[in-house]
Write a protein that binds this ligand. Structure first.
Ligand SMILES: Nc1ncnc2c1ncn2[C@@H]1O[C@H](COP(=O)(O)OP(=O)(O)OP(=O)(O)O)[C@@H](O)[C@H]1O
Ligand SMILES: Nc1nc2c(ncn2[C@@H]2O[C@H](COP(=O)(O)O)[C@@H](O)[C@H]2O)c(=O)[nH]1
Length: 216
């Protein structure tokens, strides 16, 4: 390779990977996603839009963009959402612009979304998605975790438990599955899935430079 060719190819950004994590509510996907981001500060978090009320401690623009149903519907109608779904009777969606910006800049992004969102993102960005489904060890333990989190009213927990079997029925649509029994083990496996995803989608460091240089 000539120096000129080498220089020409330098600094070409790899495209980022979309790492989608889904699970029935309470199985631990946010906990796992947070642990991945803590160990990898460059990993971006897709901040969703929701029409539900903030929980104590949740901040606008950090945990969610909190919007009215009217605003949410307007965003969906204007094509501002990469995917959206009604989950537990409320609107949830992924703002499109930050995702394109992050992927084009070479940043990997974690999406904490439901199975409907996974289907839509996979369809919209078929070459970019690596997905993981998190299973609880049992439905009894799932309900225990929802109660121990103490973030939702018992009626809301009942609504989430009623939807859990349906969410779980979609696990085969995902690239990988992790049973979150022991948290450290689940985080380890999720990290391995992300690493494998980077390799299988050919997002290794330096590959973009190589392809650009050789035109391969
Ligand atoms: N392996 C585990 N063992 C015991 N508790 C766990 C484990 N993993 C997560 N938890 C706890 O379970 C609760 C639910 O976890 P988390 O909020 O991450 O679930 P989630 O799947 O993101 O739910 P949601 O979809 O409602 O956001 C939290 O209190 C968390 O600390
Ligand atoms: N399709 C989408 N689903 C989403 C998105 N953000 C979150 N979610 C799902 O909602 C439930 C409930 O979340 P909670 O914060 O109210 O506990 C969660 O389990 C996710 O699966 C989204 O942008 N799109």
């Amino acid at each position: 390779m000539s120096n000129a060719a080498s220089e020409q190819g330098k600094g070409i950004k790899r495209r980022g990977v979309c790492f989608v994590i889904s699970a029935p509510s309470g199985a631990g996907k946010s906990t796992i996603a947070n642990a991945l981001r803590a160990s990898e500060p460059k990993l971006r978090h897709s901040v969703s839009v929701t029409t539900r009320q903030p929980r104590p401690g949740e901040k606008e623009g950090v945990h969610y963009h909190f919007r009215t149903m009217e605003q949410f519907e307007e965003m969906a109608a204007n094509g501002e959402l990469l995917e959206w779904a009604i989950v537990f009777g409320r609107g949830y969606g992924t703002p499109r612009a930050p995702v394109e910006e992050a992927l084009n800049a070479g940043h990997d992004m974690v999406f904490d979304i439901d199975w409907q969102g996974h289907q839509q993102i996979r369809k919209a960005l078929p070459d970019d998605v690596v997905s993981l489904f998190v299973l609880p060890p049992s439905l009894v333990e799932l309900e225990r975790r929802l109660h121990s989190r103490a973030s939702d009213h018992p009626d809301e927990i009942a609504r989430r438990m009623a939807a859990a079997r349906d969410e779980i029925s979609h696990w085969r649509e995902f690239d990988h599955v992790v049973v979150n029994t022991e948290l450290d083990r689940a985080i380890f496996e999720a990290r391995a899935v992300l690493t494998a995803g980077r390799l299988l989608t050919r997002r290794q460091t330096g590959l973009a430079d190589f392809v650009q240089t050789f035109g391969a």
